[in-house]
Design a protein around this ligand. Structure first.
Ligand SMILES: [Zn+2]
Ligand SMILES: [Zn+2]
Length: 356
């Protein structure tokens, strides 16, 4: 700041034309478009907004806001404010689909403004935004924001199919489970299995094509291991990365969660903002969705201790974490009169969840 002030008032500039003032607006706007589309975090952009009046007004031009990258909306839940809300709204109004989706999720789940949240997500979905299509599918499957009778399984499957067609991995996985179970669609086990295999393959491709975000060396992702997660009874250190592709014996790191999901997880993670009495969060850490009414989510039928918004979250959490923790509840053991095989009895893609 000190340096900038000195420049602004430096005697050489006074009385002469400032080079920056001489730049035409459209040139500055095109530079700001590049900046907003490549911003790695909100501060990359906000720092420009607060620099001077001219940059502030040009940076809020609809052309600039429409181009903003999804990373620009990676706002921390603890930093949520009226001005953050206004910026997201301006971007959504400028036609930015990422902003429509992010603000839609925040309004629907965090601010409990279901109507405007869902319509913002619909605006993104109409523009083929895959995460928005998938989120609307989850809302339809669960009847979120309404009663149990508002569940629309066929609409959920249709939205999932559209998101899966656009390459959304969770949607592919969800669709695979729907086909396998005949949930909202005619049962077709072979076709369902094909979607699940495709989801796993895409997961691997996505990880390999992204720049490494973890310290896990790429080579170790692809090492074949017959026991990717140590059994809880064996005191072995966990294998680095996560056995997302345990079906294929490959270890890859967990996929990066969408900024909107991270916002939800942070929002409901703070004590004063719990989802409400009797309402639970999806047990998959990367999801962040809360229940909108009691017993909305389905729970793991083996342990009953975890619950999920969707089959996709359940399958992912199983591979990431729950596989090592899940154990049959005592009373079921008593009923069956045996210790059971626990984890050995269930496979990641076949583990059951039931309506709670
Ligand atoms: Zn979930
Ligand atoms: Zn379980």
């Amino acid at each position: 700041m000190a340096c900038r002030k000195r420049q602004r008032f430096s005697p050489e500039v006074v009385g002469k034309t400032d080079f920056f003032d001489g730049l035409p607006d459209d040139l500055v706007i095109s530079i700001l478009c590049k900046l907003s589309s490549s911003a790695g975090c909100p501060s990359d952009f906000v720092n420009v907004l607060i620099t001077c009046k001219r940059l502030n007004s040009l940076a809020l031009h609809s052309l600039v806001l429409a181009k903003a990258s999804h990373k620009m909306f990676a706002i921390k839940a603890k930093n949520w404010s009226e001005s953050a809300h206004r910026l997201l709204k301006s971007c959504a109004d400028a036609g930015n689909v990422e902003a429509c989706y992010t603000l839609g999720m925040i309004r629907f789940y965090c601010l409990q403004n279901r109507g405007s949240g869902a319509s913002l997500m619909a605006k993104a979905a109409i523009n083929s935004h895959a995460p928005a299509l998938y989120s609307l599918a989850v809302i339809q499957f669960n009847g979120s924001g309404g009663s149990k009778n508002d569940k629309d399984l066929r609409a959920g499957v249709a939205l999932c199919a559209r998101a899966a067609f656009l390459g959304h991995i969770d949607a592919l996985r969800e669709l695979g489970h729907c086909l396998q179970d005949g949930y909202g669609v005619r049962q077709n086990i072979a076709e369902g299995r094909r979607f699940l295999v495709q989801a796993n393959a895409r997961e691997l491709a996505a990880v390999l094509s992204s720049t490494p975000t973890s310290n896990v060396p790429t080579r170790s992702w692809l090492t074949w291991s017959p026991h990717p997660i140590p059994h809880p009874n064996q005191r072995q250190p966990a294998v680095p990365g996560c056995p997302l592709l345990s079906d294929f014996g490959c270890n890859v790191p967990a996929p990066e969660a969408h900024p909107a999901s991270r916002f939800l997880a942070e929002w409901f993670g703070s004590r004063e903002r719990e989802p409400g009495p009797g309402l639970r969060l999806c047990s998959h850490v990367g999801c962040g969705r809360p229940e909108t009414r009691k017993h909305e989510f389905r729970r793991c039928s083996v342990c009953g201790a975890v619950n999920y918004c969707s089959r996709a979250c359940q399958a992912l959490d199983w591979k990431l974490r729950h596989k090592a923790e899940c154990a049959p509840v005592e009373r079921w053991l008593d009923e069956e009169g045996e210790a059971g095989e626990g984890n050995g009895a269930v496979d990641g893609d076949d583990v059951m969840i039931v309506d709670s």
